[in-house]
Design a protein around this ligand. Structure first.
Ligand code: BES
Ligand code: MN
Ligand code: ZN
Length: 487
C-alpha cells in the first residue's frame, strides 16, 4: 500500500507527479477554469478529466474529479480511489478533496489504499508487468487539518482497515488449489502473527479434533475432499473489554457443490466461497491492531466441498456440534452446515453478540442484486445496529426477514431434527437464515449474506477491484468501534 501522509500545502504548489483535485459544484476553478471548460468538464457526478497542467499548477499532471457540493465520507472514499486509479503511472500523488473533517480525511485515506489494490501474484509475463501501472509509492492528502493529531490517527486507522480489506481480497483471489484448508490455515496464521503479534491467539482443530468435538457439519462437508477440513479460532481478549463479540465465517475454499454438483459456469467463481472467513479473520486482526476494547472470538470454518467416493450423500444425516441431527438434501447447500457448528461453538462461549459472514445463497443475489448484502437475524435491535454500522462504513446492506414459513420447513424433516434444504425454490436466503438460527441459542445474532458483493465479476469501479472485494471487513470493524463506544 502507498504511504499516506498529510500536508497543509495548497493544491497549486504541492509537489507530486499527479495532482488529484476534487471540484465541487460552483467552486472557483481559478487558473484551471479555461482548461476545464475546454475539456468539457461540467462538474456532473462521477465525471473526471486528466490533463497535463502546462505549468498552471506545480504538479505536471492533473486529475480533476467532480464532487457534490457537500460530499459524504463515502463520496470521498470513492473519489480518492477513482483519482488513484486514474493517476496510472505516477509514483507520487497529491490529493485535494476538501475533507470537511477528520472522518472525511479517514475516508480519503481508505480510498487511496483500497483504490491502489492490485493482485498480480500470478502474472509472470514481462509484457503484462510492463503494461501494469507503476505502483504509487506515496500519497499526500492536502488538508488544513494536517497538523492535528486526530487527523494523523485517522490516517493510521485507515491504513489498518485497508490492510485488512486488501488481505481478505488477496485470500479470495488466491486460486482454490493453492488455498485448500491446511494452506489457508497457514496463510491466516502467518498474517495474524505478522500483523497482530501475540495480541490475537490462534488455535486450529484438525479433522481428528473436529471428530472428537462432534463437529459433524464441518466434517460432513469436508469429507469428500482429499484435503481435510479445519476450524480456526482466533481470540483477542483486551483487559478493558466492554463487550464480547463472536464472529463466524464461512470458509469453503472451493464449492464444487459436492455430489449435488454445480454446472460448470456456476462453479467458475467458487474460489470466492471463503470470503466470509477471510472477512472475519482480517477484521479481527484489524480490531486488535486498533486496540479496541472489545473481546473478539472468531471462528473460520474451513472445508473444501468436493464430490468423491467419501462425500456426504443426499439423504445422509449429520450429527452437529449442537446435538441436533440434520438431514442433508442438497450437498450444494454446504455453507449452512459448516456455519451451524461454528455458530454452536460461538454460542457456547456466551458472547454478547454473534455475527456470521457468509457467501451463502444465490437467492440473496436474486433478492438484492450483486452490490448489496442481506442482514438477517434473531434480534431487531442488534440487526439495526449492524445495519447502521454497514451504512457508516459505506458497505451496502439491507435487512431481510426470517419468516414463520421457513421455520416450519426447517423443522419438517421426517427422519432427523432439522431439514437442511427447502424443496421450494423461493426465499432461499430466508430459509438458510432460519436454519442457522437453530444453532445460536438466545444470543443476539446477525447473519450477513455477502454472496453478491464478495466478488466483482465486472470491471473495477472506484475502490471496488475486479475479483475479491473484501466486503464485510469494514462493517465488522465499524461495529466493534461502536460497541466499544469509541464513536
Ligand atoms: N456458495 C454458494 C452460494 C453462492 C452462489 C455464492 C453464487 C456466490 C455466488 C452456496 O453454497 C450455494 O451453492 N447455494 C445454493 C443453495 C441451494 C442449493 C439451496 C444456491 O444458492 O444455489
Ligand atoms: Mn454450495
Ligand atoms: Zn457455498
Amino acid at each position: 500500500m502507498p504511504s499516506v501522509t498529510l500536508s497543509t500545502s495548497k493544491p497549486t504548489t504541492a509537489s507530486a507527479d499527479v495532482l488529484i483535485l476534487g471540484i465541487r459544484g460552483d467552486e472557483d476553478k481559478g487558473d484551471l477554469a479555461e482548461t476545464l471548460d475546454l475539456l468539457g468538464f461540467s462538474g456532473e457526478k462521477g465525471q473526471s478529466v486528466r490533463f497535463p497542467s502546462g505549468g498552471l499548477v506545480k504538479a505536471p499532471v492533473v486529475v480533476a474529479l467532480a464532487l457534490p457540493d457537500e460530499p459524504t465520507a463515502e463520496d470521498l472514499r470513492r473519489a480518492a480511489a477513482r483519482g488513484i486509479r486514474a493517476a496510472k503511472n505516477a509514483t507520487t500523488v497529491a490529493i485535494a478533496l476538501h475533507p470537511a473533517g477528520v472522518d472525511e480525511v479517514e475516508a480519503i485515506a481508505e480510498g487511496i489504499d483500497l483504490g491502489a489494490y492490485r493482485f498480480d501474484t500470478y502474472k509472470t509475463r514481462s509484457a503484462a508487468k510492463d503494461a501494469a501501472p507503476v505502483e504509487i509509492a506515496s500519497a499526500v492528502i492536502l488538508t488544513p487539518f494536517a497538523r492535528q493529531t486526530t487527523a494523523t490517527k485517522a490516517v493510521e486507522r485507515a491504513s489498518t482497515v485497508a490492510l485488512a480489506v486488501n488481505t481478505a481480497r488477496d485470500w479470495v483471489n488466491t486460486p482454490p488449489g493453492d488455498k485448500r484448508p491446511a494452506d489457508l490455515v497457514e496463510a491466516i496464521t502467518t498474517h495474524v502473527t505478522a500483523a497482530a503479534g501475540t495480541a490475537v491467539k490462534v488455535s486450529v482443530w484438525d479433522e481428528k479434533r473436529l471428530a472428537k468435538e462432534r463437529c459433524g457439519g464441518i466434517l460432513g462437508v469436508g469429507q469428500g475432499s482429499d484435503s481435510p477440513p479445519r476450524l480456526v479460532t482466533l481470540s483477542y481478549e483486551p483487559e478493558n473489554a466492554v463487550a464480547h463479540l463472536a464472529l463466524v465465517g464461512k470458509g469453503i475454499t472451493f464449492d464444487s457443490g459436492g455430489l449435488s454438483i454445480k454446472p460448470g459456469a456456476s462453479m467458475q467463481t467458487m474460489k470466492l466461497d471463503m470470503a466470509g472467513a477471510a472477512a472475519v479473520v482480517a477484521a479481527t486482526v484489524a480490531i486488535a491492531t486498533l486496540g479496541l476494547p472489545v473481546r473478539i472470538t472468531a471462528y473460520a470454518c474451513l472445508a473444501e466441498n468436493m464430490p468423491s467416493g467419501r462425500a456426504t450423500r443426499p439423504g445422509d444425516v449429520l450429527h452437529m456440534r449442537s446435538g441436533a441431527t440434520v438431514e442433508v438434501h442438497n450437498t450444494d447447500a454446504e455453507g449452512r452446515l459448516v456455519l451451524a457448528d461454528g455458530l454452536a461453538l460461538a454460542a457456547e462461549a456466551q458472547p454478547d453478540h454473534i455475527v456470521d459472514v457468509a457467501t451463502l445463497t444465490g437467492a440473496c443475489i436474486v433478492a438484492l442484486g450483486s452490490h448489496t448484502s442481506g442482514i438477517l437475524g434473531n434480534d431487531d435491535d442488534f440487526s439495526e445496529t449492524v445495519l447502521a454500522a454497514s451504512a457508516a462504513a459505506g458497505e451496502s446492506m439491507w435487512r431481510l426477514p426470517i419468516t414463520e414459513e421457513m421455520k416450519g420447513i426447517v423443522t419438517s424433516s421426517t427422519v432427523a431434527d432439522l431439514r437442511q434444504h427447502n424443496p421450494k425454490p423461493y426465499g432461499g436466503a430466508l430459509f438458510a437464515a432460519a436454519f442457522l438460527r437453530e444453532f445460536v441459542g438466545d444470543v443476539p445474532w446477525a447473519h450477513l449474506d455477502i454472496a453478491g458483493p464478495s466478488f466483482n465479476e465486472g470491471s473495477a469501479v472506484d475502490y471496488t477491484p475486479v475479483g475479491g472485494t473484501g466486503t464485510g471487513v469494514r462493517t465488522l470493524v465499524r461495529l466493534a468501534t461502536e460497541l466499544a463506544g469509541s464513536r
